[in-house]
Design a protein around this ligand. Structure first.
Ligand code: NDP
Length: 316
């Protein structure tokens, strides 16, 4: 049997091209997506062979749906060798928070809480696999890190002491730190939580399970649908700015190759690492292990974030 990878949000952008690149490397892809028809069409559009993938429906905006997804995956009888945590929403123009059925703010739910639950549940499946090189890869972003050029544009993420999580994260609370709703900050803070989750997974489970846990910044993939909720003018100018001014731009295809390499290639088997190719793309640029932001490398915060997230998603 081919090794199996679950990729969330594989219906477009980075996730779709990661699916394509991993299929090319001989993997079977479980595309975990909310729109099944759209995902089949997307898989076909990039030429993933029909016998190399399966679509299993999940709405990451709902924790019930995540648990249903895990049951549906288990019913396939497949073993599980890798997970790519990729799906995300970015809604910079929202004035009021949207909510999951549980009442949690939707960006944090989709990008972090759902994935936190998903990976924790599927860890059991990965432990059962006899494959020698199992990995969990979580997408990061440069905008999580104010120490980097790409992360200097305000508002900057601030998880505070996770007071919002502590108080139950339901209305009127919409931010992890319990302060006023800011959609861009919600996105950046969900990505800080993604990196904290990766580091905590590494600390808790790498030694006992042998699973490799990593994150990466694939480069600025400025023309994916991630920016669909931004002003139309931004959507036009952002790719040009990244291509010509910052030189941070990478194609969707290259971003998919990078994710696939971190999932499958021997040189990326370093648990706890955050991989980057830099902010400015150079020809034949090499990847390196990058230091994450001060908030994302704070061990005490990682532990607190883990415990509070586990309560919110009812793992404990
Ligand atoms: P896209 O918008 O192209 O892809 C996001 C994916 O997430 C889509 O497949 C989308 O599904 C899915 N998704 C969104 N909400 C849900 C939900 N409720 N349930 C299930 N699936 C959902 O974005 P990108 O490819 O650009 O982003 C992918 C990842 O890469 C993100 O984690 C992002 O943070 C990261 N990243 C992106 C960068 C960039 O420049 N684009 C840079 C650095 C990191 P649907 O098709 O149904 O909408």
């Amino acid at each position: 049997q081919l090794p199996t990878v679950i990729i969330t949000g594989a219906s477009s952008g980075v996730g779709l091209w990661s699916a394509k690149a991993l299929a090319n490397r001989g993997w079977f892809i479980v595309m975990a997506c909310r729109n099944v028809d759209k995902t089949h069409k997307a898989a076909e559009s990039v030429g993933i062979a029909k016998d190399r993938y399966e679509v299993i429906q999940v709405d990451l905006g709902s924790l019930v749906s995540v648990r249903e997804f895990v049951a549906k995956f288990r019913a396939t009888g497949r073993s599980l060798e890798a997970i790519v945590v990729n799906a995300a929403i970015y809604t910079p123009l929202l004035k009021e928070p949207q909510r999951s059925p549980e009442g949690f703010e939707l960006t944090m739910t989709t990008n972090h809480l759902s994935h936190f639950l998903l990976v924790n549940l599927l860890l059991e499946d990965m432990k059962k696999s006899t494959y020698g090189d199992r990995r969990v890869v979580i997408l990061g972003t440069v905008t999580h890190n104010p120490d980097e050029l790409g992360g200097k544009i305000p508002p900057q993420p601030d998880l505070g002491n996770l007071e919002g999580f502590e108080k139950g994260f339901k209305p009127p609370i919409s931010m992890a730190n319990g302060k006023k709703f800011e959609p861009v900050r919600a996105y950046k803070e969900s990505k800080v939580c993604n990196i904290l989750t990766m580091r905590e997974l590494h600390r808790r489970f790498h030694e006992s399970t042998g699973i490799t846990f990593t994150s990466l910044y694939p480069g600025c993939v400025a023309d994916t649908p991630l920016f669909r909720n931004h002003y139309p003018l931004f959507q036009k100018l952002f790719p040009l700015f990244q291509k010509n001014i910052t030189k941070g731009y990478v194609t969707q295809e290259l971003s998919g190759e990078r994710v696939a390499a971190v999932v499958a290639d021997p040189e990326y088997r370093q648990s706890g690492a955050y991989w980057s190719w830099g902010n400015r793309q150079k020809k034949d640029g090499k990847s390196f292990v990058q230091t994450v932001s001060p908030q994302a490398r704070d061990d005490a915060r990682a532990e607190k974030m883990w415990d509070l997230s586990a309560k919110l998603v009812r793992l404990v």
